[in-house]
Structure formats: C-alpha cells, structure tokens
Design a protein around this ligand. Structure first.
Ligand code: CA
Length: 227
C-alpha cells in the first residue's frame, strides 16, 4: 500500500514490459494501459502517484490525456512524465503547454528515467520510497511495518497501520472516507464508510495508549486529517 503506484501508458508491448519490469525492480507498484481510453479507466480505478505517458497512443493521445488530467482538480497534482519518440515532439509538448511535469525522448536511458521519476515523486510524496515517516513524536517504518510514538512501539493491526501511514504521508491533508477506503482497503473491497470510522477509532486508541494526545482531526462532513 505504501509503495507509490506508477501507471505506464504505452502502446508498444515491448517498451511497456521493460518499463513495468524496471519499476517493479525499483520497488514501485505498477499499473499499465495500452491506449488512452484504458489509461483514463485505470486512473479512475485508482489514482496513481505518477504517470509515464507515451505521446503517440491509439484512441486518445498522450497530449489529450495530459490536458484532461491537468484540467481536473482531483488529478492535477499527479506528476506526468511524457515519453516521446522524437525531440521535435518534445518541443511541441512544451509548446502546447499540456502541463506535463517532465519529458523524455526515446530511446531514453532507463537510469535517467528512474532518477527523474524519483525527483517527481519526492516533490509530491515528500517521504519518498520506503523512507521512515515522521509526524511529531510518531514514527512509522514502511519497510519493517513498525510504528512507534515517543519511542514506544504502537500495537497496530494491518489496517490501522496502513491508515496511519496514509495519514502520515501528508500531514494536514484532509482525506475523505471514500479516499481512505480507496487507499487503505483498495478498490476491490467495498466496506461501507462506517468501517473507516471504526478503524480510525481503533487507531486513535492505539495512539493515545501511552498517554499522548489525539493527533487525528475529524473534519465534520468530510473525513480525517493528521494534525
Ligand atoms: Ca506509442
């Protein structure tokens, strides 16, 4: 759950496979789409943390997808790295001001692409990949699945752990119950939103066990935030 999800939108099967392989090896979760329509569906299913977007795609072009994503408040913040076959296309991408966050010309160096991808993710996910998350006296290690408060280990179930990790990714951000369901339970599970309240309750209890205050804020009519 904590690994960033990278969506690869590429119609060439061989190029798509190479990207998916390298991303998985780099510790990312991956999703793939072979054309523009499929890409939009994948994004609806689960908002990725970053999109590698081929320029020339069947049905809906990469440019058009980028434009649509950057026009919607819900998807605007998702970094897009555009992959283009020719340098002239990159110039056009720039000229069109599609809002792509970065560009790579094919054939690109995989090492460079991964480096640029990390840069983009650091911008939107300050905690980075597999790094320790910290908020005030709370620390959470996504690698070892351990969390502690003021140095004392927290006794969390797997759901509470994912919930805390999600909240700690972006302190201050207000998450709706639906967004938390997506992130913590996944799109395939459909518990009702009351389930979120139950698990937030358990998480609060675990966090306050050592005598600390309640760091989780209930935002009336919306959801929850850390701090
Ligand atoms: Ca293509």
């Amino acid at each position: 759950m904590l690994k960033p999800l990278v969506l690869v939108v590429e119609d060439e099967p061989a190029q798509r496979e190479v990207l998916l392989y390298n991303l998985a090896a780099g510790g990312y979760r991956t999703a793939a789409a072979a054309d523009g329509e499929e890409a939009l569906l994948r994004i609806e299913e689960e908002a990725p943390d970053l999109i590698l977007l081929d320029w020339m795609l069947p049905r809906v072009s990469g440019i058009e997808i980028c434009r649509r994503l950057k026009a919607r408040p819900e998807t605007r913040a998702i970094p897009v790295i555009m992959l283009s076959a020719r340098a002239e296309e990159v110039d056009r991408v720039r000229g069109l001001e599609t809002g792509a966050d970065d560009y790579m010309v094919k054939p690109y160096s995989m090492a460079e692409l991964m480096a640029r991808l990390r840069t983009q993710l650091r911008r939107t996910r300050p905690a980075g990949v597999g790094e320790m998350l910290r908020y005030e006296d709370i620390t959470l290690d996504p690698e070892t699945h351990r969390a502690s408060r003021a140095g004392a280990p927290l006794d969390l179930g797997p759901t509470e752990f994912r919930l805390l990790a999600t909240l700690m990714e972006r302190p201050g951000r207000v998450w709706s119950r639906e967004q938390l369901l997506d992130r913590v339970w996944g799109r395939d599970a459909y518990p009702d939103t009351r389930t979120v309240d139950v698990h937030v309750g358990r998480l609060r209890k675990a966090l306050k066990k050592g005598g600390g205050g309640d760091p989780i804020r209930t935002v009336r009519g919306t959801g929850y935030a850390l701090g």
